[in-house]
Design a protein around this ligand. Structure first.
Ligand SMILES: NC(=O)c1ccc[n+]([C@@H]2O[C@H](COP(=O)([O-])OP(=O)(O)OC[C@H]3O[C@@H](n4cnc5c(N)ncnc54)[C@H](OP(=O)(O)O)[C@@H]3O)[C@@H](O)[C@H]2O)c1
Length: 411
């Protein structure tokens, strides 16, 4: 079953995106896609029910369309809607905000149909499964990117450079990363939400919240890499946790140590604590801080660098805070911009992902970091299954060569 809405968002230069499932998160991303600078437009929406797709397109999207040339958004509903969308000739790329357990099936179908894919996090039920998706993307010469927004914002890049700069932070040999990302779910959330259902999002608060902390920590680790560094031996442990009746984690306190690069991450994530999203990174001289590192407050966004010291009789001296501010498009728009640019680059490079252009290198780096994030998530879930045991793994990160894996060592 289908219907169409005439809107004003088509342009040959834009990547035409089909949205697979009318998820809550899809609304925010649809608004980002509709912005002039995203490089993308929405051309189809599919839902298991046509009424839902129609409401998404006619009531939600159509009044917000900002782009110039006229086009139609195809609304697809019913049991064949998802298949129809991935096969659609008006779609170049598929946005997949489905429950995690459905990712592999729909990513593979979309890639086989010759579509690029932007995939919500957590990307898969295991790193092996995500690796399979990446291999399929390579075979079909199509781009696959995860939906972590902050990766694409200049604030993140500047923050990563800053916390790896010894002239700012001091000695980095024992860099401490601390973070908290939580919100307090209500009864409805705990009864119905896909994020607490084992058949949908089995990682619970790890997949929904810890994913971002791990992804940021990996950017810090990669940003501080030495050329020729080997893979990073890592330990991951959930030191305290709570599961719901379905066995899904709803609260967790975690410790991750990156051995060769001397970085330690301790953090909390959960669905039963007031909304907060802070990241605090300390070297010997200063600390750098954001209290909105996933979902930024109003523009301009910023981060702060500061230090304190004690004078005689324990009087605290606060040294001047340096606040760095960033203007420009919001992170979701920048994410779609990157996605459009790298999709085009892979389309236009005869070797696809294997090309030696900067864009192909960027695509490989992004997917390798997504895969490493999923590896860490898997390790934390293994820790829970082991009753809070320490799980050792060797993480292969962009720029890090093959390692002599000494993961048997308990450090
Ligand atoms: N990047 C981010 O900031 C961010 C934020 C929130 C969530 N997420 C991730 O995005 C995914 C979706 O989260 P959400 O909160 O938007 O979820 P949601 O509102 O429940 O949406 C999930 C959608 O999946 C489709 N679906 C297909 N089969 C389903 C099934 N068996 N059960 C439930 N839904 C099914 C439904 O679409 P139809 O009924 O229309 O077919 C549904 O609307 C999650 O994996 C989550 O971790 C990412």
């Amino acid at each position: 079953m289908s219907s169409t809405a005439t809107t004003s968002n088509n342009d040959d230069r834009l990547l035409r995106v089909g949205i697979l499932g009318c998820a809550s998160i899809a609304k925010k991303n649809a608004i980002a896609i509709l912005q002039e600078s995203s490089g993308c437009c929405v051309t189809a929406v599919a839902s298991r029910t046509l009424e839902k797709a129609n409401a998404f397109v006619h009531d939600f999207l159509a009044p917000r369309v900002l782009k110039s040339a006229a086009a139609e958004i195809v609304c697809l509903g019913g049991s064949s809607a998802y298949d129809d969308l991935v096969q659609s000739s008006v779609v170049d790329a598929v946005y997949i905000p489905l429950p995690t357990t459905l990712h592999k099936e729909w990513v593979l179908k979309a890639l086989q149909a010759g579509k690029h894919v932007l995939l919500e996090k957590p990307v898969a039920v295991s790193a092996e499964e995500f690796q399979e998706m990446i291999e399929a993307a390579k075979v079909h010469h199509k781009y696959l990117q995860d939906g972590t927004m902050f990766v694409h914002h200049p604030r993140t890049r500047d923050f990563i450079q800053t916390v790896n700069d010894t002239s700012v932070m001091g000695n980095l040999d024992n860099l401490r990363m601390e973070a908290g990302f939580s919100f307090c779910g209500d009864d409805g959330f705990f009864q119905n939400n896909v994020r607490v259902r084992k058949d949908c999002d089995l990682f619970g608060c790890l997949g929904d919240l810890a994913w971002y902390v791990l992804r940021m920590a990996l950017l810090v680790v990669v940003g501080g890499q030495q050329d020729g560094q080997t893979g990073v031996n890592t330990s991951a442990q959930v030191v305290d946790y709570k599961l719901n009746d379905d066995g899904v984690p709803i609260d967790a306190t975690m410790l991750v140590k990156f051995k060769e690069v001397h970085k330690t991450l301790s953090f909390h994530c959960g669905f039963q604590t007031q909304f907060r999203q802070y990241l605090h990174i300390a070297g010997t001289k200063r600390w750098a801080f954001m209290d909105d590192f996933v979902l930024p407050k109003a523009h301009p966004v910023n981060f702060k660098v500061q230090s304190m010291s004690l004078t005689e009789f324990d009087l605290v001296t606060e040294h001047p805070t340096e606040t760095k501010e960033f203007e420009g498009p919001v992170q979701e728009v920048l994410m779609w911009q990157t996605f459009a640019r790298l999709s085009r680059a892979i389309d236009n490079t005869p070797q696809g992902w294997a090309g030696d252009t900067n864009e192909c290198q960027e695509a490989r780096t992004l997917s390798q970091t997504s895969c490493a994030t999923q590896h860490l998530l898997d390790a934390l879930m293994a820790s829970i299954r082991g009753g809070g045991s320490k799980v050792m793994l060797c993480l292969m990160l962009p720029g890090f060569a093959a390692s002599s894996n000494d993961s048997s060592e308990q450090w």
